[in-house]
Structures are given as structure tokens and as C-alpha cells.
Ligand binder design. Structure first.
Ligand code: ADP
Ligand code: MG
Length: 151
């Protein structure tokens, strides 16, 4: 499955059929992640953004459990290969709340950022961010996910 991600930048579409497959995709991408990258994660509630983020953190070598930082906007993890900044901006009322958390230090720092619900703060996302979009298709089963990656 992850063979698709080797080689040149561009758009890829992958399909997963279980929680575990999405986790493994996240882990693969976390293993490859580089300092300064921002990963934007979008998809409806229950799509699998946090599952992907958990795999991604494992790929960075983070042993701590990763959950959605829904009430804090950002959760930091320092125990991995690179600092990991996990954002969930679902409950953000205004993009100015991102200034209050000092987002630029994270987006343009030496760690890796992953942002659940990034479309809600699209005006401040870096141009060169990696985009990951997760979509269900109930015609293909409850556990099916289409994952589009632009990098
Ligand atoms: P989100 O963060 O997008 O709101 P979560 O990652 O918290 O969503 O939840 C995704 C839910 O969907 C989990 O309960 C997970 O077990 C389930 N699931 C079923 N199939 C898949 C799949 N292919 N990929 C990811 N999650 C899946
Ligand atoms: Mg989530």
C-alpha cells in the first residue's frame, strides 16, 4: 500500500479498509516526516484523523498515548525522533485563537505539525503543507476510507 508514497511529490489516493490500515499509513508517513513539515488532516467526525495521527506519532517514535487534544488546540510530544505538535482546531471560534497559542513557533519551527480540521484555519496554513484528506464511502462498507494525499 505504502509503495504509492515512494518517489516524487504529487497527489496520491489510497484506500484503507480497517482502523489498523489507516494507523499503518500514518506510521509510515511519520517515519518519513522531516523537521519543519506541516501535515493538514481533514475529514468528517469519525473519519479517522486521530487514528492516522496516532500511527504518525508512533512512526516518529513517540511512545506516549496520543489522543485528540480537543480542549487544548495543541498537544506537544517531545519523546520522539522530532518534536511533534498535534493540533485539533475543531472547536476554534476564530483563527485569532491560533495567534494566542503562538502557532507560528510551531508551524515554522523544527518539529513536525499535524493539524486535525485544518480547513478551519486555511488562511494561515503554509503553502507547502502536506494535505491528507480522509473520506468515508458507505457504499464500500463501514470501515472503508479513501485517503487523498498531496505532498
Ligand atoms: P476523527 O479523528 O477523524 O474524528 P477518529 O480517528 O477518532 O476520527 O475515529 C475513527 C473511527 O473510525 C475509529 O473508531 C476507528 O476504529 C474507525 N474506523 C473504521 N474503519 C477505519 C479506517 N479504515 N480507518 C480509520 N478508522 C477507521
Ligand atoms: Mg480526531
Amino acid at each position: 500500500m505504502t509503495d504509492y508514497l515512494k518517489g516524487h511529490p504529487g497527489s496520491r489516493i489510497l484506500e484503507t479498509r480497517s482502523h489498523q490500515e489507516t494507523y499503518e499509513l500514518g506510521r509510515f508517513m511519520g517515519e518519513k516526516a522531516a523537521a519543519g513539515q506541516v501535515y493538514c488532516l481533514d475529514g468528517d467526525l469519525g473519519a479517522g484523523k486521530t487514528v492516522f495521527a496516532q500511527g504518525f506519532a508512533a512512526g516518529l517514535g513517540i511512545a506516549e498515548p496520543v489522543n485528540s487534544p480537543t480542549f487544548t488546540i495543541i498537544q506537544q510530544y517531545e519523546g520522539g525522533r522530532l518534536p511533534f505538535y498535534h493540533f485539533d482546531v475543531y472547536r476554534i471560534g476564530d483563527v485569532e485563537e491560533m495567534d494566542e497559542v503562538g502557532y507560528e513557533d510551531y508551524f515554522y519551527g523544527d518539529g513536525v505539525c499535524l493539524i486535525e480540521w485544518s480547513e478551519l484555519i486555511r488562511e494561515i496554513l503554509p503553502e507547502e503543507a502536506v494535505r491528507v484528506k480522509i473520506e468515508k464511502n458507505l457504499d464500500k462498507g463501514l470501515d472503508y476510507r479513501k485517503i487523498s494525499i498531496e505532498m
